[in-house]
Design a protein. Sequence first.
Length: 408
Amino acid sequence: MLESPNTPNSSALGARDSSPLNIQNADTFENNGDLKTFSLNGSSQSSLDGDDFSGAAITPSLKNPNPIFTSAAIYTDFNADGKNDKLWRNSQTGETAVWLMDGTNVASGAFLKTMSADWDFKIADFNGDNKTDIIWRNTQTGNNEIWLMDGTTVASETSVTNVGSDWTFSIADFNADRKTDFFWRNQTTGENAVWVMDGTQIIAASSLQTVDANWTANVVDFNRDGKTDIFWRNQTTGENAVSLIEGTNATTTALPTLGTDWEASFGDFNLDYQTDILWNNKTTGENAVWLMNGSNVASQAALPTLGAGWTSQIGDFDGNGTTDLLWYNQQTGESKAWLMNGTTVTSDTALPTQSAAWTPSISDVDGDGKTDIFFRNYQTGENKVWQMNGSTPTETALPTFDKGWYTF
């Protein structure tokens, strides 16, 4: 049973903190002499011209009005048919495979090139063709390789600039051209940098100012211009901040502080195409949402409390474009679907309980604009999908795949 939501207050949801983000002077980005610096107050220019950032319009899909749920850089779609596919990885052997999904059928599957266990990956869309691509990064050597995909075929493989192994990256889009760019962060030194990409080519690179290593970064879009902004959270102090990036300028603003038991995830709860923040307290099970408007918290509210052990994934179970939530308890196998309207839970539905061996992931296997739930049993290798219509699931078994493989 869900507890009644608490009334939001400054102690629970945080009060605005005027402490400045601890930003130091920019350093040169390791292993890339072409990178220029730009200041967060815009006092220094880089090779990125402001005109390069003239905003591309957000283009909602006819099936789902929110591009979050139709982006091949966020949810795997290797053949641009609007149906989410599955990318598989065997962490022991380095093998990689793809399932192209057609509803509850695996329309086709293929093994791709084997990449040793030193290689990690993320999905992307580097050439803006609405087909998921793959970026591989060797965590030991710092080598990087882009695979442009066409269905189950690797259309091209391109090595890109080596970046030292102490750097990590996030998928971004800094010029709103719907082609994947890179945000790089060195969590040891606090250095940050940007690569603006056109396909597999780095067309511009820039070092950002250094931000203390206690801060973690997440890419967001708080002002609906289609260009990546950065949400900063200090894991030691609980401070939060946002850097709105426009051309070669970035403006950093402090947000309310929340205790370090709170963890942030992101969605768009009111379909204004601006990233909102979902907060979950890992100790108390409390939940809250901040609706964002640029660098301001436009409104905030407590959500129902769930006990510790519940984790959330964003989805859209009714296809209306607003973020809904899948809650799952990996210890008990319980799950819930929350249909959301802004800061209000309009429907709270308990879904069938699974064995704790099953792990869920979000996908839209039939392309109807409504999020479905893919389940994998990592003890047996079994797979199944719940096709969702609002909070009502219809379950179908899928082929079993050896338990050494994982998917997301």
